[in-house]
Design a protein around this ligand. Structure first.
Ligand SMILES: Cc1cc2nc3c(=O)[nH]c(=O)nc-3n(C[C@H](O)[C@H](O)[C@H](O)COP(=O)(O)OP(=O)(O)OC[C@H]3O[C@@H](n4cnc5c(N)ncnc54)[C@H](O)[C@@H]3O)c2cc1C
Length: 493
């Protein structure tokens, strides 16, 4: 990878490759796909340089924070698809599923003992951030993480962007360079050494391949020490499902995106966040597919730097413009922020104006106060809030606009903003299929002022933005949404 893509590569130690290693190891942590994946592409490059085959390891432990049936199902569906693909294409793919706490301890280090080098995914939040920090110094071979998260390489910014406008300027300056250095569609086509790798019997006795569990998900998952109350959802965790969703959005949603993205009764947003989160689809593919739907005469020369403002940059269909602003600027500002800010999930990482103002209003009287589990079970007085929470609890997602209202009301109905933050992180990451993502922290911290500006001062909210259920009800088309997720009793009243 050259040019701009050099800024995606993070060397996590200064070890030399082991010339006697049996393979180059790609540890698939977050980009759980074989296509359009810079990290996999980079691993193939190393394998070719060293003349080694490539071993791809994808695992799932049972002690990750918020471990539950919901996430296990989604991830295992994707692993099963990867397993089938690898079998059809003769790839060295090793899936592992931990069946009890700590069963997988030491696995990566044993695999790395026979590796010439280890490549993995760069990711700025959650346990992946900590893994990447810890693993490098412990290995005797190079440990390199590669950013395949978005279009703008994480190494391109030099500090945490404090708002979307600031990041959009960087994006606009670099978009064409980044977009014209895309990840390869099928990086594994370029792998030179196709030798089959046999893992030793001793290793497999200790860490058996997950093959049989993948085709027997229900019973395997039910035996695990994870949270079984957060159940499986309808969405399928496969790449095929992600591509289907993208196709559907382009056909039915994109042309209405600008006008109706916020309306729960009109399906105009993409719904792609679960698959983006688990790395089943790359942002590049989405941007490329959407740009194909610019007016016929449009091309990249029509793009004009617009000093960070929305609109007037892509200069084509406003729906395309609006959507790309979300999927590039709003999605990536959170990745870049967390990359530069180790305290990305701490209250005191909020901007000073927000901290000061929330502090001043900390003791303002609250009309309603709820406990975490009352929120969790949709037991507030507010019909719209309860409906959003019911959708989240049962289906793993909340409609776009309602997610903002959902967060703002928790700030209003808890004893102080620190408690509100803790509850929101817990509720979002316990139930949301796209939770535990840089965007989870962008969205949740936005409630408290991150990436936003000061507004007119009000009780409890201080200068952070204020939202009400009444104005949401007036603004949005909600009837069908409330019929589906609302509390029947209050609807009947
Ligand atoms: C309190 C709160 C919590 C949130 N938690 C999460 C979360 O856990 N995971 C998550 O992915 N997003 C989260 N968001 C951001 C946003 O609500 C979702 O990304 C969006 O609703 C996903 O739906 P979609 O895929 O249909 O979006 P679309 O409108 O189709 O947008 C396409 C993509 O752009 C990105 N995007 C869109 N809106 C935003 C935004 N406001 N901020 C950052 N990226 C955006 C997402 O990757 C999304 O999939 C949260 C927002 C709030 C206010």
């Amino acid at each position: 990878m050259k040019n701009i893509n050099g800024k995606r590569v993070f060397e996590r130690n200064d070890k030399e490759p082991n010339p006697d290693g049996d393979y180059v190891l790609y540890w698939m942590q977050t980009n759980r796909r074989f296509q359009y994946n810079y990290a996999l592409e980079y691993a193939v490059g190393w394998a070719n340089k060293l003349g080694k085959p490539l071993l791809i390891y994808e695992g799932l432990n049972c002690d990750y924070p918020w471990a539950a049936d919901r996430f296990h199902h989604f991830i295992m569906e994707g692993m099963e698809e990867n397993f089938e693909y690898a079998r059809e294409h003769d790839l060295n793919y090793y899936p592992y599923l931990e069946d009890e706490h700590d069963a997988g301890r030491g696995l990566l280090y044993e695999l790395a003992e026979n590796a010439a080098a280890v490549i993995s995914d760069e990711y700025p939040v959650y346990i992946i951030r900590d893994h990447n920090k810890k693993v490098g110094p412990k290995l005797e071979v190079p440990y390199i993480t590669v950013d395949s998260n978005g279009l703008i390489p994480l190494g391109l910014t030099d500090k945490a962007p404090y708002n979307a406008y600031f990041f959009r300027k960087i994006m606009q300056r670099n978009f064409i360079d980044c977009f014209t250095h895309p990840p390869k569609k099928d990086p594994l086509d370029e792998l030179e050494n196709q030798q089959t790798i046999e893992l030793s019997d001793d290793f497999l006795a200790k860490y058996p391949s997950a093959e049989s569990h993948l085709s027997n998900k229900e019973s395997f998952i039910s035996s695990l020490p994870i949270n079984h109350d957060v159940g499986k959802i309808e969405l399928q965790g496969t790449r095929q499902a992600a591509l289907g969703k993208l196709g559907q959005f382009i056909q039915y949603g994109l042309s209405k995106y600008d006008e109706h993205r916020n309306d729960p009764d009109i399906n105009a947003s993409s719904g792609l966040s679960p698959w983006l989160h688990f790395g089943k689809i790359s942002e590049y593919e989405i941007v490329d597919a959407v740009l194909d739907h610019q007016p016929e005469e449009w091309d990249l020369d029509d793009i004009t730097f617009n000093k960070g403002s929305t609109g007037g940059f892509f200069n084509g269909d406003p729906n395309v413009d609006g959507f790309l602003d979300e999927v590039i600027t709003w999605r990536e500002v959170g990745f870049h922020f967390a990359h530069h800010e180790p305290n990305y999930d701490q209250y005191d990482s909020l901007p000073d104006w927000a901290l000061e103002s929330l502090e001043e209003h900390k003791d303002d009287p609250r009309e309603y106060i709820y406990e975490l589990e009352e929120f969790a079970q949709s037991q507030t007085h507010d019909e719209i809030w309860n409906a959003a929470q019911t959708q989240l609890r049962e289906e793993g997602i909340i409609h776009n606009y309602l997610r903002m209202l959902w967060g703002k009301k928790v700030l209003e109905w808890t004893p102080n903003p620190e408690t509100a933050l803790a509850y929101l992180i817990e509720l979002n990451n316990r139930y949301a299929i796209d939770g535990r993502d840089p965007n989870s922290y962008s969205g949740i911290f936005w409630i408290f002022g991150r990436f936003d500006r000061a507004w007119q001062e009000r009780p409890i909210y201080g200068k952070t933005r204020y939202m009400t259920s009444d104005s949401t009800r007036r603004k949005l088309k909600l009837q069908q949404y409330l019929e589906k997720y609302g509390d029947q009793q209050s609807l009947d009243m």
